[in-house]
Design a protein around this ligand. Structure first.
Ligand SMILES: [Zn+2]
Length: 205
């Protein structure tokens, strides 16, 4: 895909995530694969303000080395984004985009430390497995977290993401638009799983 097209998709995905409310304020980040590395959100700033002209994004290698310094400093989750593409290459996964956002229902579910079940038909059809929850001790994913994350994808290379306890979702897709849609599906599923559990507890069914 041409780089201009990748930037266009990044803008659409970033704005959509913000408009949909799966990310507020200046949190969350996204990236897309490009030849020789990735385009990743810069540190600070809001997903709402990133644009296809490149504002709010920076180009790096998969190990996080900045390629074009005018883009500023990459998000502190740059290791996470690079890790996803490295694993994709290694395990033959079709990953061209990664969306990480602090979506509230998914975070609420994550405190259970249980995998998010395939509560809905669409989760069964589009994902086909429960969504694992990973307990990372720091505010961002670090190299010491790689073994736990790597294991999930070695066991299931079709896994479309996971949830970080008390933090947010990591959603993968063939491009960043697909990754953003996946993040919305995770959030929808978490909301339904929680309300279903509440209905059961209240004796509604
Ligand atoms: Zn985060």
């Amino acid at each position: 895909m041409e780089k201009a097209k990748i930037y266009e998709q990044l803008e659409i995905a970033a704005h959509r995530a913000y408009a949909r409310g799966i990310q507020t304020g200046n949190g969350g980040n996204c990236s897309a694969r490009m030849e020789g590395g990735m385009i990743v959100k810069s540190s600070g700033g809001s997903l709402a303000d990133c644009n296809k002209e490149g504002e709010g994004f920076v180009e790096t290698t998969l190990d996080g080395t900045v390629l074009a310094p005018e883009g500023g400093k990459p998000t502190r989750e740059v290791f996470l984004h690079g890790l996803m593409y490295r694993l994709a290459d290694e395990l033959g996964m079709n990953v061209g985009g990664v969306m990480h956002c602090h979506s509230p229902w998914a975070i609420s579910w994550s405190y259970s430390k249980k995998a998010l079940p395939m509560t809905t038909l669409h989760m069964q059809l589009k994902v086909g497995c429960d969504l694992p929850v990973v307990d990372v001790k720091t505010a961002s994913v670090q190299p010491e977290d790689e073994p736990a994350i790597r294991k999930l994808f070695e066991e299931n290379p079709k896994l479309p993401g996971f949830i970080l306890v008390g933090h947010g979702v990591v959603a993968l897709g063939k491009d960043i638009l697909a990754a953003e849609h996946m993040a919305e599906l995770f959030e929808e599923t978490a909301q339904i799983a929680i309300t279903k559990a509440a209905c059961e507890k209240l004796g509604i069914y």
